[in-house]
Design a binder for this molecule. Structure first.
Ligand code: GSH
Length: 203
């Protein structure tokens, strides 16, 4: 298997962390959407990461669909049950984090991809509000001890920990540690795990 994309992307990192947690062997190609677009298109013509090339040459895209396939190929996995209420909750918690992350990526791209005079502050403010809503929902869940993290981590714990780490690093004014204490604690319980250490952010 080949995982394509830099761990600076939380979507790539959550796939890398899951692969390491499961003990699935893979090669990591840390290609950047900023500098390696042609190479990335060889794996995903839509030029987005993560992409995962399976050993049979099939290319997968979108972290949720990639992880669904990876878990399906790992029958003994304990990160997410195959059916039932717990599965629904885990996938919803991943969705809350990934929705916030989608908005965070837009927040980062907005000023980079437009001339300065075309950056519209109300758009950025709206995105910041959506990112905050995602974090507020997750903090409330974390306060109820939803995310065990550490060696008991499930797919949602791993995703939320990866997401928080990215958001706090890239936009601390929104992902303010003083407002999201339970997410900070979850992150601390996860970042020391070997799977997280194996997927350190580049640069
Ligand atoms: N929903 C996607 C989001 C992936 C995503 O936003 N990837 C970014 C890097 S963090 C990317 O490829 N950006 C390039 C682009 O969308 O043009 C997933 O879960 O995989």
């Amino acid at each position: 298997m080949i995982l394509v994309g830099r761990y600076a992307s939380p979507f790539v990192r959550r796939v890398g962390v899951v692969l390491h947690t499961l003990g699935t062997p893979f090669e990591h190609k840390g290609l950047s959407t900023a500098t390696d677009l042609a190479a990335i298109k060889g794996y995903n013509p839509i030029a987005r990461v993560p992409a995962l090339m399976l050993d049979n040459g099939e290319n997968l895209m979108e972290s949720a669909a990639i992880l669904d396939a990876v878990l399906d190929m790992t029958p003994a996995q304990k990160l997410c049950p195959n059916t039932g209420t717990e599965r629904r909750h885990i996938l919803q918690h991943c969705a809350i984090m990934c929705s916030g992350l989608d908005k965070a990526i837009q927040y980062i791209y907005e000023p980079r991809r437009r001339p300065t005079e075309k950056v519209h502050q109300p758009v950025l403010d709206g995105l910041a509000e959506q990112i905050t809503a995602s974090l507020t929902m997750l903090e409330a869940l974390a306060a109820k001890n939803t995310f065990k993290g550490g060696t008991q981590a499930n797919l949602a714990d791993l995703t939320v920990a990866v997401g928080w780490f990215f958001l706090h690093k890239s936009m601390p004014q929104i992902a303010d540690a003083s407002k999201f204490a339970h997410l900070v604690a979850l992150s601390a319980r996860c970042e020391t795990l070997p799977a997280f250490q194996a997927c350190k952010l580049e640069g």
